[in-house]
Design a protein around this ligand. Structure first.
Ligand code: UDP
Ligand code: MG
Length: 321
């Protein structure tokens, strides 16, 4: 029988766990595929893990895997762990907070079953229910990202998607520690079908994405998928030198024609401030790349598992567990 794996990252989702499973059971009741649930507890501070243990015990007939991280490693790490443990022919990533209706998973499955030309279906939000400021920042992000990166970023495409086995295997080959899934999904290629979906309101708990977290995530995307910022230094350096040269000639000419009247104190101060500021920014950019390299060469694991609940006996020999 065809198996669909659902990768469900959970961070402080105690109120959503049971409802999530029930919603899935309802949606897939008429679906001929077997469903494998891969829950990842990403170091939640509430009772998410005990809820997951409870769920695991309450539904002995469901294919449930629970991966409990030793601490919070972030949604990216949770998705990676989930993909590693998913065994289905098809794998979908879906949030635990019921904002993403499982009915779309079923639709994506039906789409992939009937469209062998496509390898992945990705959902995007038709209408983002966010503040105008956040929306414009996100728009700016996609414009910049597409301008400097070689791969294409589809605006508003989410992690909510379903992929065939080959795509999962390809993604798992990318072992970078600074993970940026939006980039990784595009980087591996394959034929992706983008379909709109409607996000529901959060039932319980609250979003864990602050503006600061989003900003650093966006930065991670820039550094992870483009080396263009590194070239900015060369370009800016060249243009600033060019302009300086012209100004140098102008100064010398003025000195020759008008004599030395020691003008331009303001100009000098402005230039010093401008150029030192510029240098700081460029060093900062270099620093970002260095930091990524530094963390990558250490080859730390992407996540650490504290507990692993699963019923699949054949898996226990897998060193990963
Ligand atoms: N999540 C996670 N680790 C984190 C933050 C979030 O696994 O550090 C999970 C969270 O439980 C949810 C999904 O990622 O299932 C999306 O998070 P959230 O709902 O906070 O984001 P939003 O829907 O607001 O974009
Ligand atoms: Mg959410």
């Amino acid at each position: 029988m065809t198996t669909i794996s659902l990768v469900i990252p959970c961070y402080n989702e105690e109120g959503n766990i049971f409802e999530m499973l029930k919603a899935c059971q309802q949606t897939f009741s008429a679906c001929p595929a077997q469903i494998e649930y891969v829950f990842i507890n990403d170091g939640s501070k509430d009772k998410t893990f005990s809820e997951l243990q409870n769920l695991y015990q309450t539904y002995p007939n469901e294919q449930i895997k629970v991966i409990n991280f030793s601490r919070n490693f972030g949604k990216e790490a949770a998705m990676y762990a989930g993909l590693q443990h998913a065994t289905g022919e098809y794998t979908a990533i879906i949030d635990a907070d019921l904002q993403q209706d499982p009915k779309y998973v079923l639709e994506m499955f039906n789409f992939l079953e009937t469209n062998p030309d496509y390898d992945m279906v990705a959902c995007y939000q038709k209408e983002r229910r966010e503040s105008a400021l956040l929306k414009s920042f996100k728009r700016l992000f996609y414009v910049l990202m597409n301008a400097i990166s070689e791969i294409e970023f589809i605006a508003n495409a989410s992690d909510f998607r379903m992929m065939r086995r080959e795509v999962v295997d390809a993604i798992l080959q990318l072992k970078e520690s600074h993970r940026f899934s939006k980039g990784i999904f595009s980087w591996v290629g394959f034929e992706t079908y983008y379909r709109p979906y409607e996000v529901k309101d959060r039932q319980h708990g609250q979003t864990s994405w602050s503006f600061r977290k989003l900003f650093s995530y966006a930065l991670s995307g820039f550094v992870g998928f483009s080396t263009a910022p590194l070239k900015i230094a060369t370009l800016l350096g060249a243009s600033v030198s060019g302009v300086s040269f012209i100004y140098l000639f102008y100064t010398v000419w003025r000195w020759l024609v008008q004599g030395n009247d020691v003008p331009g104190f303001t100009t000098i101060v402005s230039l010093i401030l401008f150029s030192s500021g510029l240098q700081m920014i460029l060093i900062g950019i270099l620093g970002e790349y260095l930091a990524h390299t530094f963390l990558q060469v250490k080859e730390r694991p992407i996540y650490i598992v504290r507990d692993y609940l699963h019923r699949d006996k054949t898996l226990s020999t897998n060193p990963k567990n």
